[in-house]
Ligand binder design. Structure first.
Ligand SMILES: *Cc1c(COP(=O)(O)O)cnc(C)c1O
Length: 449
């Protein structure tokens, strides 16, 4: 694998440019032991070898996507100043960039008048959304599908809100019958609708959930931490497209620029349709230095200090890749999905494998075929290990066995869950590497014991 280094030259020019803005100050250069720092940095480089090669197309496992060089450079450039987007006094330029970048994400969903900001990640973003939901409907139950991110159950524990999981249908999407049953039985304040579950990428049926909302009245929170940008793709199936087209009717949305949005970690985003929810964030900390009437992002965020660098990186990325249909970023997403569909179709047409779900987005779940779910689990684990030995990096996923037997009645269920193989094909390059990856999977399958 080669590591991209042209960005270092560009970054150097940008750092010089940054310095131009501060030449009016008396000279001051921080001193440090450069030799020692170099030694340590080389040691760090060596320690980093003990990571899987996430940026390489043969890494086709967990939900990991490399940041774009422009994001990496902008992030590093900003750290020379290290702004804090809590208050304008700590990060004036980067706060302005955050407001612009967040507005672009909101526009992608058709929202112009909204409240939103970046967060450290999807967990914090979801926590804020559920915290606001509970301010509006205190003590009422939060529902999310059993395939939703585990964070919702845990956040509800932290916030002491009642939580109940909703069953999923055979496509691992929220089951509408169970949802309606729970709406009748419980005092539900909020339904979390996942547009792209983290495990299998299934997209909950938002239009039908909106119909139930008209009858039962509840808030809708969209957790699209992983799948949010997919609204730009042009190769979604009709039900998935319909779910994305209805996002603007939700009350809040979470999307993680650090998942599919080409950002380094530390960049989530929460959006509220009603800007009035800003009132719940009000505080008057004596430490905080809100020196002007303009909006300080710390006034509408639960986190205090936040990396201005994350906002700068996102702003730079959106300059290069506007969030528009048919744009470069949109077609890269479509290519990720194409890669997933191609792998899915190879697996589905080969009777050595089982494929319990057709992918809604770019995650493929499959397993070597066997007579029992336990045997399938054993072979999936072996596939994972043998692939790694050949430098093909996959992931495993614990899938409810009853969904496997629904799709493959000939398989005997002798375990509650079945380990399957999971691939997040989140890099557009995966489309070109499909044949190569398939060749490796084919050989691994033939050698399973
Ligand atoms: C990743 C993810 C989260 C958690 O977000 P982090 O950025 O990992 O904190 C929540 N929900 C979904 C659907 C996710 O994919």
């Amino acid at each position: 694998m080669t590591i991209e280094t042209a960005s270092i030259g560009i970054l150097h020019k940008a750092v010089d440019k940054l310095a131009d803005g501060y030449r009016h100050l008396p000279a001051h250069t921080p001193e440090y032991d450069q030799q020692r720092a170099e030694q340590i940095l080389l040691q760090v480089a060596e320690k980093m070898w003990d990571n899987y090669p996430y940026p390489h197309p043969q890494y086709a496992g967990q939900m990991l996507k490399p940041p774009h060089p422009v994001a990496r450079m902008a992030y590093m450039l900003a750290t020379w100043i290290n702004p804090n987007n809590h208050a304008l006094d700590g990060g004036k330029a980067s706060s302005a960039m955050e407001k612009e970048a967040v507005a672009k994400i909101a526009t992608m969903y058709g929202w112009n008048n909204f409240l939103g900001h970046l967060t450290g990640g999807g967990t914090l973003a979801n926590l804020e959304a559920l915290w606001v939901a509970n301010q509006i409907h205190p003590g009422k139950t939060v529902l999310a599908s059993s395939q939703a991110h585990y964070t919702h159950n845990r956040i509800c524990g932290v916030l002491q809100i009642p939580f109940s999981p909703v069953a999923v249908d055979d496509q691992a999407r929220m089951d509408l019958t169970d949802l309606e049953k729970q709406l009748q039985q419980r005092d539900v304040g909020t339904v979390v609708v996942t547009l792209g579950t983290t495990g299998v990428g299934s997209v909950d049926p938002l239009p039908e959930i909106l119909t139930l909302q008209a009858q039962y009245g509840f808030r809708i929170h969209i957790d699209s931490a992983y799948g949010g940008y997919y609204t730009l793709a042009d190769n979604l199936t009709a039900p998935v497209r319909a779910a994305y087209d209805a996002i603007h009717r939700a009350d809040s949305i979470v999307v993680d620029p650090h998942k599919h949005g080409l950002q380094p970690y530390g960049c989530g985003c929460v959006l509220f349709r009603d800007p009035q929810v800003g009132q719940y964030y009000k505080h008057d900390s004596p430490y905080t230095y809100f020196s002007s009437d303009e909006l300080h992002l710390g006034e509408i965020s639960l986190e205090c200090s936040r990396a201005g660098a994350a906002a700068v990186a996102l702003w730079a990325t959106l300059e290069m890749f506007p969030l528009v249909h048919k744009g470069d970023f949109a077609s890269d997403l479509s290519r990720c999905r194409e890669a997933a569909l191609e792998l899915y179709s190879r697996l589905k047409n080969d009777n050595r494998f089982i494929t319990p779900l057709s992918p809604d987005l770019d995650i493929v779940i499959w397993a070597p075929k066997a007579a029992t779910t336990r045997e399938i689990s054993r072979l999936s684990q072996q596939t994972f290990e043998q692939a790694e030995a050949q430098h093909l990096y996959l992931a495993t996923f614990s899938f409810p066995s009853h969904l496997i037997s629904k799709a493959f009645p000939e398989v005997t269920v002798d375990s509650e869950y079945t380990t399957c193989v999971r691939s997040c094909l989140m890099k557009p390059e995966h489309a070109a590497w499909g044949s190569r990856i398939w060749l490796m999977l084919d050989q691994i399958q033939n050698r399973l014991t």
